[in-house]
Design a protein around this ligand. Structure first.
Ligand SMILES: C[S@@+](CC[C@H](N)C(=O)[O-])C[C@H]1O[C@@H](n2cnc3c(N)ncnc32)[C@H](O)[C@@H]1O
Length: 306
């Protein structure tokens, strides 16, 4: 039986279906910039293991893989999805919060990766991004690559953009005044995702402190769905109760119904639900560039594949 959208949100379920609307669309793009000889790979915020599975399909020499996520239910799904690769790949699955990156079992010695991916995760690490970036820089092998994607929604004077704006419109349908929503979110400790998101320049500065950024690429990230109901499921799988907890336990279904209505309205009027640029950064270990020849991020970056 299909679970209610509220139950789905509570357990962040249904990500396999939901990710087709956005995350899965970036997989080939991201992995197209991985070195095909990588032997050791890590996906940080691995979710249900989709990116890791696609990486292993492309990397015939890969023998070690780390999947790390905060959500145990997603890791359980990743373990199942990746089981067929276990004949050639040694897996480690780690449940950890990347805001406080963990010691890995063999950290003192051999934990080093040829490829580290972090796709659509960095905003969740706010305000501890630097600690994570430093942690990654210490675990990337010479010649390795760190591939990162960041979404950059336009935002208003309250810092609302992308899904924040959609959540605000849903809350207005539930009777809240639009101008009250920023204060309500702040009172509930909910930081708008566009506020969590570093600007392109701040991301470049952060990465440039620890890596050589050897390429960037950018393209539109459009979220479309067949219906408002399909988007409702996407929202529940992707954001869980991040916004909906504002309305309390007894109004969860109302919140998700309103999200579906707002999404349907946007589909009818614009043909899509959200739209923002997504940027891909390819970073190399700092050691590959002598410090005295270091250039500022703006001049060092080259378009990937250009
Ligand atoms: C957009 S999904 C990416 C999934 C996967 N990389 C893929 O493309 O198939 C982001 C994942 O990051 C995880 N995540 C978010 N915040 C996290 C944190 N603080 N620590 C660890 N994982 C986190 C979420 O649970 C989610 O599974």
């Amino acid at each position: 039986m299909t679970q209610t959208v509220t139950a789905q949100a509570a357990r962040l379920g249904g990500y396999d279906d939901a990710s087709r609307l956005r995350q899965a669309q970036d997989t080939d793009w991201v992995l197209g910039f991985a070195d095909p000889t990588a032997r050791s790979v890590a996906d940080l915020g691995c979710g249900i293991g989709s990116l890791l599975a696609a990486a292993l399909d492309r990397l015939p020499d890969a023998v070690d893989a780390l999947g790390l996520d905060r959500e145990e239910s997603r890791l359980a799904e990743a373990r199942r999805k990746l089981a067929p690769y276990a004949t050639r790949v040694r897996f480690r699955f780690v449940q950890a919060d990347l805001r406080r990156p963990p010691q890995l079992a063999d950290d003192a010695g051999s934990t080093a990766f040829d490829l580290v991916t972090l796709t659509a995760v960095l905003h969740w690490i706010h305000p501890d991004e630097e600690q994570l970036v430093r942690w990654i820089s210490m675990r990337l092998r010479p010649g390795g690559a760190f591939l990162l994607t960041t979404h950059h929604p336009e935002h208003d004077e309250y810092g609302f953009g992308g899904s924040d704006d959609l959540a605000r419109q849903a809350l207005v349908r539930l009777g809240h005044a639009a101008e009250d929503v920023p204060r309500l979110l702040a009172a509930a400790g909910i930081i708008p995702i566009a506020v969590r998101t570093l600007s392109v320049d701040d991301t470049a500065t952060l990465l440039d402190a620890y890596f050589d950024i050897d390429g960037v690429d950018e393209r539109p990230a459009l979220v479309r769905a067949a219906s408002g109901e399909e988007y409702q499921r996407f929202h529940a799988a992707t954001f869980g109760t991040y916004y909906s907890r504002l309305v309390g336990a007894d109004r969860q279904e109302d919140y998700f119904r309103a999200i579906g209505e707002v999404a349907q309205h946007r589909l009818d009027t614009d043909g899509h639900i959200t739209q923002m640029p997504v940027r891909l950064w390819r970073c190399r270990p700092r050691a590959s560039r002598p410090a005295e020849t270091a250039r500022p991020a703006e001049t060092a970056r080259q378009p990937i594949g250009g």
